[in-house]
Design a protein around this ligand. Sequence first.
Ligand SMILES: [Fe+2]
Length: 377
Amino acid sequence: MTIKTFSFLAPPIIFGIKSAENIGEHLTRLGARHVLVISDRGLEKAGLVNQLCGWICKANVAITTYVDIEPEPSIHSVRACVNFARQAGCDLVVGMGGGSAMDSAKVVAALLGNAGDIMDYLGLNKIPHKGMPTILLPTTAGTGSEIGRGAVFYVPERQSKEAVFSSYILADLALIDPLLALSAPASVTASSGLDALCHALESYTGRAANPLSMPFAELGIKWIGKWLASAVVDGGNLEAREGMALGCLYASIALANANTHAVHALAYPLQGKNRIVHGKANSVLLPYVFKALAPELPEKFAEMASWMNLARGVSLVEGITCLAEQIGIPAKMSDMGVTASQLEDFTQEALQVRRLLDNCPVTLDATQIQAIYQDAL
Ligand SMILES: [Fe+2]
């Protein structure tokens, strides 16, 4: 047997109920004196930002908060935060929230240690040096931003979603406390949870899958398959929240090391052109993309179906479709405002997302991609 050379990367991780309360210890260890907390208005309203600042206070550090990160942030939103942070003179960034707040925190920390503008850093390995240290606390089990080295932003001038990719934005600590997800609304739990399932399914089937990423993908599929519906139905079910947080952690480690492919590639135009949020865009496309891939990968699909704990005879695609319906994900793109006249443009734009499409186990051409969009319409 010859194993292809592979690498594996993950930040330091602490996982556990109430683990966020001890953030002060980690701030002290990292030498923080003035902490910038980046979060959003929703979490501020829910009282989580105040709670976090209370825990941070135990480290005897100055705190500046910035809660104006917009959902699915644009580069302008990040710029505003960087300008604010440069004036405040912070030396460590804490990002708490979903992907929007954590992606912003990663790039703001990078820009605090490097000159220039976010536009200089869009793309692969464009950041010259590591910036300020970062601690990331996810409040939705989904994006996996706390684990990976990517951060995605909306560029209004091009109506596109574009990413910063660099090892220099990897967190210094991913602090995962399932209690922080208790206030996430059912719709967010559903779409971010299905996005996390996409991460596990795509990283397992992608060309970049490797012997260390695959066991994490398998565990992600098992844990998310087991707990997602319960976490959506009863957000106060702590066992389900903990199961989803762990499942998402597994999926995120697999994602960070083996990447996604066709679902995420086809979801890009929905986010850029129609401003559909990341989790929803991936969730609506997942069953249709996997339906198209199923005939090419019968063994892997059977394996993944067995991990989802489906009833006997139910295929992976049927199981995913049923789960999506059960947790309230719209069945069709047209339910989200997409029209038939957009599909040609979507296809051309998706074809440009080579970073992901080239990781797809099946080479998809324009005709096949447009057929998937048509099916999902
Ligand atoms: Fe995703």
